[in-house]
Design a protein around this ligand. Structure first.
Ligand code: GDP
Length: 196
Protein backbone atom coordinates (compact mmCIF):
# COMPACT_ATOMS: atom_id res chain seq x y z
CA UNK A 1 0.00 0.00 0.00
CA UNK A 2 1.26 3.43 -0.90
CA UNK A 3 0.05 6.68 0.57
CA UNK A 4 -0.40 8.94 -2.43
CA UNK A 5 -1.74 11.95 -0.62
CA UNK A 6 -2.69 13.03 2.88
CA UNK A 7 -4.09 16.37 3.90
CA UNK A 8 -5.92 18.15 6.69
CA UNK A 9 -9.61 18.74 5.92
CA UNK A 10 -11.02 20.52 8.95
CA UNK A 11 -11.54 20.70 12.68
CA UNK A 12 -14.94 20.41 14.28
CA UNK A 13 -16.06 21.08 17.82
CA UNK A 14 -19.70 20.30 17.20
CA UNK A 15 -21.60 17.72 15.17
CA UNK A 16 -22.79 20.44 12.79
CA UNK A 17 -19.19 21.21 11.88
CA UNK A 18 -18.20 17.68 10.91
CA UNK A 19 -17.61 16.78 7.27
CA UNK A 20 -20.53 15.29 5.33
CA UNK A 21 -21.08 11.56 5.76
CA UNK A 22 -19.84 9.40 2.93
CA UNK A 23 -16.18 8.55 2.84
CA UNK A 24 -15.09 5.56 4.96
CA UNK A 25 -13.66 6.73 8.24
CA UNK A 26 -11.11 5.48 10.71
CA UNK A 27 -11.59 7.02 14.15
CA UNK A 28 -8.55 7.24 16.43
CA UNK A 29 -9.24 7.18 20.11
CA UNK A 30 -6.95 7.02 23.13
CA UNK A 31 -5.64 8.76 26.22
CA UNK A 32 -3.99 12.13 25.88
CA UNK A 33 -0.32 11.72 25.04
CA UNK A 34 -0.75 8.14 23.86
CA UNK A 35 0.94 9.10 20.58
CA UNK A 36 -2.15 9.73 18.45
CA UNK A 37 -0.74 12.63 16.43
CA UNK A 38 2.55 10.79 15.98
CA UNK A 39 0.92 7.65 14.58
CA UNK A 40 -1.25 9.67 12.18
CA UNK A 41 1.89 11.38 10.93
CA UNK A 42 3.75 8.06 10.70
CA UNK A 43 0.93 6.26 8.87
CA UNK A 44 0.67 9.04 6.32
CA UNK A 45 4.42 9.58 6.21
CA UNK A 46 3.82 13.27 6.65
CA UNK A 47 5.49 14.99 9.56
CA UNK A 48 3.41 17.77 11.05
CA UNK A 49 0.12 16.67 9.48
CA UNK A 50 -1.44 16.09 12.87
CA UNK A 51 -0.08 18.67 15.25
CA UNK A 52 1.79 16.69 17.83
CA UNK A 53 1.49 18.45 21.12
CA UNK A 54 3.44 17.80 24.27
CA UNK A 55 0.76 19.52 26.36
CA UNK A 56 -1.56 16.73 27.49
CA UNK A 57 -5.21 17.22 26.69
CA UNK A 58 -4.66 20.08 24.27
CA UNK A 59 -6.32 18.48 21.27
CA UNK A 60 -9.90 19.50 21.86
CA UNK A 61 -11.35 19.27 18.41
CA UNK A 62 -12.25 16.45 16.13
CA UNK A 63 -9.75 16.75 13.29
CA UNK A 64 -10.40 15.29 9.86
CA UNK A 65 -7.68 14.17 7.48
CA UNK A 66 -8.18 12.75 4.03
CA UNK A 67 -5.89 10.01 2.80
CA UNK A 68 -5.46 8.71 -0.73
CA UNK A 69 -4.04 5.20 -0.95
CA UNK A 70 -2.89 3.13 -3.87
CA UNK A 71 -2.82 -0.66 -3.99
CA UNK A 72 -2.45 -2.85 -7.07
CA UNK A 73 -2.98 0.16 -9.33
CA UNK A 74 -6.27 1.01 -7.66
CA UNK A 75 -6.94 4.18 -5.70
CA UNK A 76 -8.73 4.27 -2.36
CA UNK A 77 -9.93 7.19 -0.27
CA UNK A 78 -10.42 7.27 3.45
CA UNK A 79 -10.79 9.79 6.20
CA UNK A 80 -8.77 9.64 9.39
CA UNK A 81 -10.55 11.16 12.35
CA UNK A 82 -8.46 12.38 15.25
CA UNK A 83 -10.74 12.35 18.29
CA UNK A 84 -9.92 14.32 21.45
CA UNK A 85 -7.76 12.41 23.89
CA UNK A 86 -9.38 11.43 27.14
CA UNK A 87 -7.79 11.91 30.53
CA UNK A 88 -5.78 14.85 31.81
CA UNK A 89 -7.86 17.56 30.07
CA UNK A 90 -7.08 20.75 31.92
CA UNK A 91 -10.43 22.38 31.40
CA UNK A 92 -13.46 23.27 33.40
CA UNK A 93 -15.87 20.53 34.32
CA UNK A 94 -18.72 21.91 32.20
CA UNK A 95 -16.51 22.23 29.12
CA UNK A 96 -15.30 18.70 29.67
CA UNK A 97 -18.88 17.46 29.81
CA UNK A 98 -19.70 19.35 26.63
CA UNK A 99 -16.86 17.67 24.73
CA UNK A 100 -17.74 14.33 26.17
CA UNK A 101 -21.25 14.74 24.85
CA UNK A 102 -20.03 15.75 21.39
CA UNK A 103 -17.61 12.88 21.32
CA UNK A 104 -20.17 10.31 22.40
CA UNK A 105 -22.63 11.63 19.84
CA UNK A 106 -20.02 11.42 17.11
CA UNK A 107 -18.88 7.92 18.00
CA UNK A 108 -22.39 6.52 18.22
CA UNK A 109 -24.19 8.39 15.44
CA UNK A 110 -21.59 8.74 12.72
CA UNK A 111 -22.49 6.27 9.98
CA UNK A 112 -19.22 6.68 8.06
CA UNK A 113 -17.04 5.24 10.81
CA UNK A 114 -15.92 1.81 9.68
CA UNK A 115 -13.07 1.25 12.09
CA UNK A 116 -12.18 2.38 15.59
CA UNK A 117 -8.47 2.45 16.27
CA UNK A 118 -8.01 2.29 20.03
CA UNK A 119 -4.51 3.42 20.90
CA UNK A 120 -2.88 2.13 24.08
CA UNK A 121 0.50 3.15 25.49
CA UNK A 122 2.43 -0.11 25.47
CA UNK A 123 4.24 0.90 28.66
CA UNK A 124 0.87 0.78 30.46
CA UNK A 125 -1.03 -2.02 28.73
CA UNK A 126 -3.54 -2.81 31.46
CA UNK A 127 -5.01 0.54 32.53
CA UNK A 128 -8.57 0.42 33.77
CA UNK A 129 -9.58 3.33 31.53
CA UNK A 130 -8.43 1.45 28.42
CA UNK A 131 -10.29 -1.68 29.49
CA UNK A 132 -13.36 0.52 29.95
CA UNK A 133 -12.93 2.09 26.50
CA UNK A 134 -12.59 -1.32 24.91
CA UNK A 135 -15.71 -2.61 26.63
CA UNK A 136 -17.58 0.55 25.60
CA UNK A 137 -16.53 0.17 21.96
CA UNK A 138 -17.54 -3.48 21.95
CA UNK A 139 -20.96 -2.48 23.25
CA UNK A 140 -21.64 0.20 20.65
CA UNK A 141 -19.90 -1.29 17.61
CA UNK A 142 -22.21 -2.06 14.67
CA UNK A 143 -21.99 -5.14 12.50
CA UNK A 144 -20.19 -3.22 9.74
CA UNK A 145 -17.57 -1.76 12.09
CA UNK A 146 -14.24 -2.99 13.41
CA UNK A 147 -12.12 -2.29 16.48
CA UNK A 148 -8.35 -2.40 16.21
CA UNK A 149 -6.18 -2.14 19.28
CA UNK A 150 -2.81 -0.60 18.54
CA UNK A 151 -0.09 -0.39 21.18
CA UNK A 152 2.12 2.67 20.74
CA UNK A 153 5.73 3.53 21.69
CA UNK A 154 6.95 -0.01 21.07
CA UNK A 155 10.54 1.30 21.02
CA UNK A 156 10.30 1.94 24.77
CA UNK A 157 9.75 -1.75 25.59
CA UNK A 158 12.04 -4.63 26.46
CA UNK A 159 11.50 -7.90 24.62
CA UNK A 160 10.01 -9.46 27.76
CA UNK A 161 7.43 -6.65 28.00
CA UNK A 162 6.51 -7.12 24.34
CA UNK A 163 5.92 -10.82 25.02
CA UNK A 164 3.54 -9.99 27.87
CA UNK A 165 1.44 -7.78 25.56
CA UNK A 166 1.38 -10.37 22.79
CA UNK A 167 0.35 -13.07 25.24
CA UNK A 168 -2.48 -11.00 26.70
CA UNK A 169 -3.63 -9.42 23.43
CA UNK A 170 -3.05 -11.99 20.68
CA UNK A 171 -4.58 -9.73 18.00
CA UNK A 172 -2.77 -6.59 19.09
CA UNK A 173 -0.74 -4.50 16.70
CA UNK A 174 2.43 -2.98 18.13
CA UNK A 175 3.96 0.10 16.59
CA UNK A 176 6.61 2.71 17.11
CA UNK A 177 6.04 6.00 15.37
CA UNK A 178 9.65 6.96 16.13
CA UNK A 179 11.32 3.93 14.54
CA UNK A 180 8.38 3.20 12.16
CA UNK A 181 8.36 -0.40 13.34
CA UNK A 182 4.93 -1.95 12.77
CA UNK A 183 3.60 1.08 10.90
CA UNK A 184 3.24 -0.64 7.51
CA UNK A 185 1.50 -3.57 9.15
CA UNK A 186 -0.88 -1.25 10.98
CA UNK A 187 -1.72 0.56 7.74
CA UNK A 188 -2.42 -2.77 6.06
CA UNK A 189 -4.64 -3.85 8.95
CA UNK A 190 -6.61 -0.61 8.73
CA UNK A 191 -6.87 -0.97 4.95
CA UNK A 192 -8.19 -4.53 5.30
CA UNK A 193 -10.97 -3.45 7.68
CA UNK A 194 -12.12 -0.84 5.16
CA UNK A 195 -11.52 -2.36 1.75
CA UNK A 196 -10.52 -6.01 2.33
P1 GDP B 1 -1.15 12.63 21.39
O1 GDP B 1 -1.36 13.58 22.52
O2 GDP B 1 -1.84 11.34 21.64
O3 GDP B 1 -1.42 13.21 20.03
O4 GDP B 1 0.40 12.22 21.44
P2 GDP B 1 1.63 12.75 20.58
O5 GDP B 1 1.68 12.11 19.25
O6 GDP B 1 1.68 14.23 20.65
O7 GDP B 1 2.84 12.11 21.43
C1 GDP B 1 2.97 12.36 22.81
C2 GDP B 1 4.43 12.22 23.21
O8 GDP B 1 4.88 10.88 23.00
C3 GDP B 1 5.36 13.09 22.37
O9 GDP B 1 6.38 13.59 23.21
C4 GDP B 1 5.92 12.13 21.33
O10 GDP B 1 7.18 12.50 20.87
C5 GDP B 1 5.96 10.83 22.10
N1 GDP B 1 5.79 9.68 21.20
C6 GDP B 1 4.79 9.44 20.33
N2 GDP B 1 4.96 8.29 19.67
C7 GDP B 1 6.13 7.76 20.12
C8 GDP B 1 6.88 6.56 19.82
O11 GDP B 1 6.52 5.72 18.98
N3 GDP B 1 8.03 6.37 20.53
C9 GDP B 1 8.47 7.25 21.47
N4 GDP B 1 9.60 6.94 22.10
N5 GDP B 1 7.81 8.38 21.77
C10 GDP B 1 6.66 8.64 21.11
Amino acid sequence: IKVKDAFFVKSASKMEETTPEGMSEVAFIGRSNVGKSSIINALTNKKGLAKSSSTPGKTRLINFFQIVLAKDEKTYHMQLVDLPGFGYARVSHSLKEEWQKNLTTYIQKRVSIRTFVHLIDSRHPFLEIDQAVHTYLQEIVRADQHILRIFTKLDKLKQSEISVIKKNYPCALLVSSSSKKGIDKALEAIFETLFG
